[in-house]
Write a protein that binds this ligand. Structure first.
Ligand SMILES: [Zn+2]
Ligand SMILES: [Zn+2]
Length: 417
């Protein structure tokens, strides 16, 4: 290939069986989203840049340096979506769904885009599945959503996951905490990285989120959000913790967990995996009770999470994949029509099968069946055509039987058992 046409760095072609693994993870998530009565929403991959800037916040890594932003030919600034929540909230308001029925439960899946440094398990086009519950303030919704996340992770199955939760308060109590945090950070400023020195003024909460060892050590005794919650936030957080205990779900209360995006309030949570000593979030979410208001709607409490499909894929073994149940071998030109009919019967009966069209000899078709790791072959020659049967052969031991056309599905079932 002419390498001028190569794909863009961090944007991948994904082939089987990796694609199958990602598909299994997404399908598992979707199955549980449906069980919890979430409905799918599909929003555009491209939105006006301001949507993300306003919701995610100007002094976040995403908005500062990770968005794919460009001007279209009309001069409008557009961005590829770096996450799913902002678009969901936009759609909620744009279609006046808040006025018809403010309580909505939505899920989404699909690609997100961030211009990060590509590294193991991190790509510039990556896949997420997530859900949003809009319109309910009850802390038991938080418990239910965290349990949903836990159920998906366990069904996959991913082991060695730690659930971390925290509360970052509300507009009532957070300013008081930020003030205390700022003055504390001022006293340890010299031990912080350059980014964090700057964040003291722009987004002090983010200093707690810094992954640099120096910053983690320097802020070990930083004041905790949970010590400054107002009465309502404190009661909310206590109910969430009690509810999780009631489900016997173990979790850590992590005062450093503040999440990187501006729009969160009260409950925030992360599911992390231990990877070479570092905490790697595979799923993250929280409340965003003020985001709908920020976009001009009425006050609407909300909570959601998103899971990183590739990050989770990195933690699970490749699922074992199988070849087709049957490879169909038409020995003559005349038997091809029947080969197709048998293939349709098998597929209708839920059996995977492959046809040998395109191969010319029995030998080449047998070779192809082997290569595809087919469980069996169904041979159809002129005798089979005339007398209404197929010759079904199990490839593991060569066991073979004549099977009446109409019995093919059951016969495959019984030789597989
Ligand atoms: Zn509060
Ligand atoms: Zn730092």
């Amino acid at each position: 290939m002419d390498n001028r046409f190569q794909s863009i760095r961090g944007f991948n072609d994904i082939f089987f069986p990796e694609s199958y693994k990602l598909q299994s993870i997404e399908d598992t998530a979707v199955r549980y989203f449906n069980l919890y009565n979430f409905r799918e929403i599909r929003t555009p991959l491209l939105e006006k840049t301001d949507l993300f800037v306003r919701s995610i916040g100007t002094s976040t890594d995403i908005v500062e340096k990770e968005m794919y932003t460009f001007e279209d030919s009309g001069g409008e600034s557009l961005s590829l979506r770096p996450e799913g929540t902002a678009s969901a909230v936009r759609a909620y308001l744009e279609h006046s769904i808040d006025k018809q029925d403010p309580v909505q439960k939505w899920f989404y899946r699909g690609p997100m885009f961030r211009h990060e440094r590509p590294q193991k398990g991190r790509f510039r086009q990556f896949y997420q599945a997530g859900c949003e519950s809009l319109g309910i303030a009850d802390p038991f919704i938080d418990v239910e959503i965290i349990k949903l996340a836990d159920t998906i992770i366990n069904a996959l199955p991913v082991r060695g996951i730690t659930i971390r939760i925290n509360s970052i308060g509300c507009p009532e109590c957070r300013p008081g905490y930020i003030k205390v945090l700022k003055s504390y950070l001022g006293t340890i400023k010299e031990s912080l990285c350059d980014d964090c020195k700057r964040r003291i003024d722009t987004n002090p909460l983010r200093v707690l989120d810094c992954k640099k060892q120096g910053c983690i050590a320097a802020t070990a005794n930083a004041p905790k959000t949970t010590d400054y919650l107002c009465g309502d936030c404190s009661a909310h957080f206590n109910t969430v913790k009690t509810g999780l205990d009631g489900l016997r779900l173990s979790f850590l209360t992590d005062p450093r967990l503040v999440r990187g995006l501006d729009y969160y309030s009260r409950t925030v949570f992360e599911f992390t995996a231990e990877d070479a000593g570092a905490q790697n979030a595979v799923l993250a979410g929280g409340r965003y009770d003020y985001l709908v208001e920020l976009f001009g709607g009425t006050h609407t409490p909300a909570i959601g999470f998103a899971m990183g499909i590739e990050r989770i894929a990195g933690l699970i073994d490749m699922p074992s994949t199988q070849g087709p149940d049957v490879f169909i071998i038409p020995l003559t030109e005349e038997s091809k029509q029947k080969a197709l009919a048998i293939a349709l019967l098998l597929r209708r009966g839920g059996r995977t099968c492959e046809t040998g069209f395109g191969e010319k000899t029995l030998k080449s078709m047998m070779r192809r069946a082997d290569k595809l790791q087919s469980f069996s072959v169904a041979i159809i020659g002129n005798d089979e055509l005339k007398e209404g049967y197929v010759t079904l052969k199990r490839l593991s031991d060569g066991h073979q039987e004549k099977i009446k056309d109409a019995d093919i599905v059951n016969a495959v079932q019984s030789i597989k058992a």
